[in-house]
Design a protein around this ligand. Structure first.
Ligand SMILES: Cc1cc2nc3c(=O)[nH]c(=O)nc-3n(C[C@H](O)[C@H](O)[C@H](O)COP(=O)(O)OP(=O)(O)OC[C@H]3O[C@@H](n4cnc5c(N)ncnc54)[C@H](O)[C@@H]3O)c2cc1C
Length: 476
């Protein structure tokens, strides 16, 4: 019997329970569909680049047997199953509303044809329905969700080895070459952003192992403190691999704990960050409209400002605040942004510029390799103060002191803002305060080769506090 495995956000052979299930039958065929109907909100530019390279690597792992299509899964799959004479479809569970709907429609269509479709959990450590409060309602606060809920539930499974695959005879059946998916537009930007990444399952494992086996103050061994500093190499940078499923959360969970006691503080905090990912998915599962609607309804009619020039300056890294500009340029140049600076630029957008978090969500969606439906919406709602367990509205990150604290020697900021290369540390994060001769010696002409600040920190903070103070008090 032939079984068709439909790859989606599980682009790996190891620890893929749905693929394992498929491989137990007899022959296995494989498909990836670039879904163009409403089931998939269109991928952003960076994610498309990541996907292109991922599919190329996966196809190699499958000895060239991955069938590629573009279009509506509901039209493509039943026909393809017929051509392959496949009796069963396997897929890894997904959680966004449109995807869930497509999957249940496909199950129905196949059932009517006497065929089956198995949706198998594989990308989360705990399924959203497993982690609820005693009364069955979902948690709204992270710490009890993770500490009381997740850590008292069944521990994450030991990762599965890649199955031995017996490929079904390949058929072409209108399958497309990778280039026909048009995931790469040919711009230089697309070539440049991939240069620091090995975009494949193997690349994900190399990164995970390097992080978990790092020397004393590197990788996981100084994660608790080091993860706050964007110039340090203490975060894993696994997020795009987790997003596209080239590694599973289970593999990350267990590999990180390989040489550590379960009580180890560094391990505990790293695992709790994986827990934040679980929390985001739980939020998405229980609040399917989270991409657009605030989780706290009192924010629904908040009076955000409109200023396209400010938005453009933020997107391009031209705000005149060096740590903000460094982070926005890191995003555009590398497809990644460190978490500490995601919080700083997010706060700057929604508080100091008072622009709607939707703008930030959309720009991150387009530029991040790890752009993730659950994590991105949850991150933006958190920073805007309208999410579950969100940063309180009065918490406004100060871009000057944050820079001084978390990039104390300026390594990160100078890397992405070379105009300030020769600026002394004392004025690196507030160049407008520097005496004229300091600016001259550093070759900085404010307003000419580096921008003047687009808003003033104190006044814009106060404007935000006043606006947020007008919100109705109820948090629902
Ligand atoms: C405004 C904003 C937007 C964000 N958008 C995304 C996004 O689109 N995709 C995304 O994967 N993460 C997003 N995050 C969360 C976080 O910034 C990234 O997951 C993290 O920076 C990825 O780097 P890393 O793999 O080195 O993280 P590590 O510190 O090594 O953490 C390991 C893994 O844990 C998970 N994780 C860590 N922090 C968080 C968090 N706060 N929320 C959810 N999961 C987390 C990620 O899967 C990450 O890869 C966003 C955060 C903010 C504030």
């Amino acid at each position: 019997m032939t079984v068709l495995h439909w790859f989606r956000d599980d682009l790996r052979l190891s620890d893929n329970p749905a693929l394992n299930h498929a491989s137990q039958s007899a022959k296995t065929a494989y498909v990836y569909i670039l879904e163009e109907d409403e089931a998939a909100s269109a991928l952003g530019g960076a994610a498309q680049v990541w996907l292109h390279h991922s599919l190329s690597a996966l196809n190699q792992q499958l000895d060239g047997n991955l069938l590629l299509y573009k279009g509506c899964a509901i039209d493509i799959l039943p026909e393809l199953m017929g051509a392959l004479d496949a009796k069963m479809l396997t897929m890894t569970r997904r959680y966004h509303q449109a995807g869930v709907k497509t999957d249940s429609e496909i199950r129905e269509i196949l059932a009517a044809q006497g065929k089956s479709a198995s949706v198998i959990s594989g990308n989360l450590l705990w399924e959203p329905e497993e982690i609820t409060k005693q009364d069955g309602t979902p948690y709204k606060v992270f710490t009890p969700f993770y500490r009381r809920g997740c850590l008292n539930a069944q521990p994450p499974r030991i990762p599965l080895a890649a199955p031995a695959l017996d490929h079904a005879p390949i058929i072409s059946h209108n399958a497309l070459p990778l280039e026909a998916l048009r995931l790469l537009g040919g711009a230089d930007w697309q070539t440049n952003i991939t240069k620091d990444w090995n975009i494949s399952e193997k690349g994900g494992h190399a990164r995970l192992q390097a992080f978990a086996a790092a020397s004393s103050n590197d990788g996981i061994n100084d994660y608790v403190d080091g993860r706050n500093f964007p110039a340090r190499t203490n975060v894993s940078r696994l997020s795009p691999y987790l997003r596209f499923g080239q590694i599973s959360a289970h593999q990350a969970w267990h590999e990180a704990g390989k040489n550590k006691s379960p009580e180890d503080k560094q391990l505990d905090i790293f695992r709790s960050e994986l827990g934040w990912r679980e929390f985001s998915y739980s939020l998405l599962h229980f609040n399917p409209d989270m991409k657009t609607n605030p989780l706290q309804k009192r924010f629904a009619s908040f009076g955000w400002a409109e200023d396209s020039e400010h938005l453009k300056r933020w997107q391009r890294g031209q705000t005149g605040y060096p740590i903000v500009d460094a982070a926005m340029r890191e995003l555009y140049q590398t497809g990644y942004m460190h978490n500490r600076v995601r919080m700083i630029v997010g706060s700057f957008l929604v508080k100091n510029l008072l622009l709607h978090w939707h703008h930030g969500e959309a720009w991150f969606w387009d530029c991040l390799f790890d752009a993730d439906r659950a994590n991105n919406s949850a991150g933006w709602q958190w920073i805007a103060g309208c999410g579950a367990d969100a940063a309180p509205y009065f918490r406004v990150f100060n871009p000057v002191t944050q820079g001084q604290k978390f990039d104390p020697d300026g390594t990160y900021t100078r890397r992405f803002v070379p105009e300030l290369q020769d600026m002394p540390n004392k004025f690196l994060f507030n160049p407008w305060d520097a005496p004229k001769d300091v600016l001259r010696r550093a070759g900085v002409q404010l307003g000419q080769n580096y921008p003047q600040p687009i808003v003033e920190v104190k006044a814009s903070r106060q404007r935000a506090l006043d606006a947020f103070a007008d919100l109705p008090k109820s948090k629902i």
